[in-house]
Design a binder for this molecule. Sequence first.
Ligand SMILES: [Zn+2]
Length: 326
Amino acid sequence: MSIDWEEIKARHRIEDVMQGRGYKMRRSGTGFLAKCPLHGEQKGESFSIDTKKQLWKCFGKCQCGGDVIKLVMELEEVGAVEAAEILEGRKLMDDPPGMQRVPRTKREPVERPMEIPIMRELPNIPKLYKGEVRHWQALADLRKLPHLGGVHLAVQNDVVRFCLAYEQPAWAVLDVEEPCNVQVRRMDGGLWFERAKVMGIKHNWARWPVGLTVALKNPKAEIVLVEGTGDFIAAYHAAADGWTAGIPVAMFGASNPIHDGALALMGGRAVHIIEQHDEAGELATARWREQLEEAGCRVRCSKVPTPGEDLNDHLSAGRDLAVIFG
Ligand SMILES: [Zn+2]
C-alpha cells in the first residue's frame, strides 16, 4: 500500500490543524502568526504560517519548520506515516506482523505540559535480538568501520539490537531497558518505503536522547552527545578503541530540542558535543548547548574538521580521531 503524500497535504491545511487543536493565531500579511505550539512559547509569536505555500516555521527556540505532515509529526512526536494517519483519521499502512497498535493517549491542546520521564506506554517494538558476530560485522561493514568492536560494545550496553521490521532485516538504536525512542534502519542500507533512511517506531518520543540509560548508570562519566544513528555507532567505535571514556548519547534530528524530562536527568553532567560540519550541525550545537547549560551541564564541543562530514564519515575515511577526542 503506498501513501499519496501530496493528496494528504492538499486535504489538510496547516491553519485548520492549528485551529482544530485550539491554538490561537493572528493574521499577519498573507499568513498567520502564533505562539509556537512546539516549544510551549509564553511570550512572543515565533510561529509563522505561510498559508499560500502551506509551510510553517518557528523562528524562535525550535528554528525548524515544514509542511502539515511535519507539524503533526512534531506535535504528536510520531513518524510520517502515523502523522498522515492522524490527519486522515484512518489507517494508511498495514502493521507489520507481530506488531500491535496501542490506543493513543489524548494530548492536551494549547500549552504542552512538561512530560515527566515515566513511560506512558511502551512503543511498539518488533522482537529484538542481540545478534552474533556476523550481524555485528555486517553493521560495522554497513557503517564502513574498520572492525566490529563499537557495534559489539553498543550491543553489550543494550543500545543496539537487530530485528525484522516490515519484513526487512534491520538494526535498531534504542535503550532496551527504557525504550522511549527507537530508531530503525535497514541492514541493506536501503530506504523505508522509498523515502526514509531511518524509521521511528510508533509512539516514539522523538526528542528523547538514546543512550541515556547507560549514562545514568555511569554518573561520573562525560556524556558524548552526537546526532543520528550513524554517529552513535561511530561514537561507540571511538569508545571501544579507547579514544573516549565518555558515554555515547544520541539525539535524532538536528532540529529536535532535547526532551525536558531527559534534560532534567542530564543536569549537572559534563557533556562533549560532537558537531557535524554543516549548518544544521552548528544550529543543533547552539540549541543543545543552551539547553544543557541551562540545566547546569558543563559543555564542551568538538567540530568534525572536514566540511560536510560527520563523525561516521571522519572515521570511515580513516581520519585521525585525536583531533576530535584528543
Ligand atoms: Zn518553537
